[in-house]
Write a protein that binds this ligand. Sequence first.
Ligand code: ATP
Ligand code: MG
Length: 415
Amino acid sequence: MKYNALKGVQDIFPPDIYIWQEVESAANDVFSAYGFQELRAPIIETTDIFTRSIGETTDIVEKEMYTFSDKAGRSITLRPEGTAPVVRCYVEKHLYNLPSPQKFFYSGPMFRYERPQKGRFRQFYQIGVEAFGVSEPKLDAEILSMLRLFLERLGLKGLNFELNSIGCEKCRPDYKKALLEFFSDKLNNLCPDCKRRYNYNPLRILDCKVDTCAETRKGVPVVTDYLCSECKSHFDELLSLLRLLNISYIINPSMVRGLDYYTRTTFEVTSEHLGAQKAVAAGGRYDRLVEEFGGPPTSAIGFAIGMERITALLKAQDRHVIPSLTVFLAAIGHRAETEGLLIAERLREDNIWVELGYGGSLKSQMRRADRISASYVIILGEDEIAAGRVKWKKLSDGSQGEIPVARLSEFFRKT
Ligand code: ATP
Ligand code: MG
């Protein structure tokens, strides 16, 4: 029997895994400097949590969720995104009683039943952040600045910060009205999904990927013209803070994002090098969601980074982060082999990567050391054991010498 992985999922293994680990550790470093703490929510949740927050008429809820009944007949969903579970936890565990803002980051797999293609998978990984309890645009600016620092830390350049404000419950109805009016005589040019969206959720028409819908949207009223005075000043202040922070942005008034919970600020970071799936990170404010989940009125903002797209960009830059083996220990003869095992164990206690040569001639062990790209070979035979010393050889330049066994650890830590 031969098994294959499911369609749209990936194995991540060496050497690629090292790029993933580099991204995760950069996120950990940068987000910690901004006071974000890790939160690990479960991968499965009650289905309602996603339908209510993401929205019944979004692509995710309508078409993409992995939903099943468990043995007790409960409807369970594999999380398609990370915000709803974090908000569920924030409310359920009363984290709103802690001093504001509470700031969290998470990382892990998300699941969406999408058509697999470049940059689009059914199990994909996100690193995301959520910050609760501050409505000031200063927090939006900090979040965007943190995202920029993270991307810069990875050496990713040439990314665009696309920004929009989609208003609040006060100004959104006016904009919806304008949309309904605009599309009222164009319904026949819209896809069947958008025809439905026209009645239930006209904002969603702006996010439709169908070509004819994109064509029909030309000249559509822009949301930024319909913002109430509070939303407008929030947005204006954010823009001036971004200028202060030297973050270049593009205002994209048609970016409404694929999830219903957003209010005010929304953003996407895009790259020209990714083809059709160009967004590497996306997020925005969701000032109503905590309340909808039964918590007190609490402003919040977050974003999620698509790991596959980030690692694809790094790979395209020829990033190599494969750790190199430090020491290959070639032992000749039975006594040397047992002694070598003990030496290796001591070096490993000092976090030095040591591989053992398992028998064979010195020549064949040296060949193996070369094949696995060891930096150094230690050679251990009867004479060396008697003298309490070993021979070392640096493979990159052929230099060699002898050193007391007791000083090995110090020697390799310096190299
Ligand atoms: P897109 O427009 O690319 O479908 P989205 O609006 O569905 O993105 P979000 O739900 O906001 O995306 O997710 C944030 C990020 O997660 C995206 O910018 C992208 O980098 C990544 N992402 C989303 N869906 C997938 C997927 N199916 N496979 C890989 N990465 C994904
Ligand atoms: Mg999507």
